[in-house]
Design a protein around this ligand. Structure first.
Ligand SMILES: Cc1cc2nc3c(=O)[nH]c(=O)nc-3n(C[C@H](O)[C@H](O)[C@H](O)COP(=O)(O)OP(=O)(O)OC[C@H]3O[C@@H](n4cnc5c(N)ncnc54)[C@H](O)[C@@H]3O)c2cc1C
Length: 315
């Protein structure tokens, strides 16, 4: 299977999704990477260590990446007979995959949690809060375009060396290539990164208000944990949207996931159900979150969480 993986360089490193995808893709045979961004040696080394044998690099500069990346990848896919192209589910991945789909007339199979190749490409995705799996087979002409959920595969180096890097020329896009990024802002954040933290403390609407959110942050600081939230909390404007966990937020897989005042709606569960140990605090013993939890505390979180924080502080 001629497999390609899409990679975007972020702060001098290959995207986490590219390394996860490569770990899977290398089991299908020789894997090439289409890499956009500055093109640093560190990024190439990471891609090589995770199984890329060839990297095709397109320098994007200050252009919006979607149009040039899709055009260049369409040409490469045809030239090299790509049978499967895998993307993560980041904003750029989805933009490029959508534009590529329109260019080459192939559908995008999204939300994949597993991909198998056995003559044809089969993609597993989950529905109904992860309670049902759907397997979709890519039929028709190649390549199959697949968007894979974050953390579907662990990123594991294979010990291989530096890949062969080929520079890709900027395609002529006419007006479609004229959009440029004039300014970008890095959102300030404190504490561990939500998507890689070993411990996550999430709060839901049950916390009550933005002023009371401190109860979640204090527990998180005692455990050096990342803070997450449900969409209800984001919609209420208590915390920034980058903390949202779930179907339309981030997928997390920490060793320990503690949530307080979270009901356990399926759109939230899909983003955290694969965590190691799930601990739920909710005053409603019938809350659906308890069905997903390994440990549960039925009680008012404003009584329970401060006691937990205090106990940890006194360790
Ligand atoms: C298309 C779509 C996409 C969505 N995507 C997401 C997503 O990505 N992530 C997400 O989280 N949601 C998402 N949602 C929303 C989701 O359906 C739920 O509405 C949301 O997860 C509920 O958030 P919550 O559990 O904080 O609030 P609620 O459902 O209101 O639950 C609050 C819980 O707090 C408990 N509680 C109240 N007071 C206390 C207290 N003092 N102590 C202890 N417990 C208390 C209550 O018993 C209740 O169980 C999406 C919805 C749609 C339609």
């Amino acid at each position: 299977m001629t497999t390609w993986v899409f990679s975007e360089e972020i702060d001098g490193h290959a995207s986490a999704s590219a390394l996860e995808l490569l770990t899977k893709a290398r089991t299908f045979g020789d894997t090439s990477v289409f890499h956009i961004g500055a093109g640093s040696d560190a990024a190439y080394a990471e891609l090589g260590a995770h199984g890329a044998t060839k990297v095709h690099h397109l320098t994007i500069g200050d252009r919006l990446p979607g149009a040039p990346a899709a055009a260049a990848l369409a040409a490469l896919a045809e030239e090299h007979g790509a049978e499967l192209i895998m993307f993560g589910m980041g904003n750029t991945d989805r933009d490029v995959a959508g534009r590529l789909s329109a260019r080459i007339g192939r559908p995008v199979l999204g939300n994949a949690v597993d991909v198998t190749v056995d003559g044809s490409v089969r993609v597993t995705s989950e529905i109904l809060g992860g309670t049902q799996a759907v397997v979709t087979e890519a039929t028709g002409s190649a390549p199959a375009l697949v968007l894979v959920r974050s953390k579907a595969f662990p990123a594991e180096p294979s010990g291989e060396g530096v890949p062969e890097v080929t520079a890709v020329s900027m395609p002529d896009l006419g007006h479609a290539g004229s959009a440029v990024i004039t300014e970008s802002h890095v959102e300030e954040s404190e504490g561990p990164d939500l998507e890689v933290a070993g411990v996550v403390i999430a709060g839901g609407r049950g916390v009550g208000s933005a002023e009371k959110w401190v109860v979640i942050e204090e527990l998180a600081s005692q455990l050096d944990a990342a803070v997450g939230a449900t969409r209800a909390v984001i919609d209420a404007g208590w915390v920034p949207s980058r903390l949202q966990i779930g179907q339309t937020g981030k997928t997390v897989k920490p060793d320990v996931y503690i949530c307080a005042g979270v009901s356990g709606a399926m759109q939230h569960l899909v983003g955290m159900k694969d965590s190691g140990t799930i601990i739920a605090i909710n005053k409603d013993a019938e809350a659906p979150i308890f069905a997903a939890a390994d440990l549960g505390i039925v009680g008012d979180l404003h009584a329970v969480v401060p006691k937990l924080t205090e106990a940890l502080r006194n360790r």
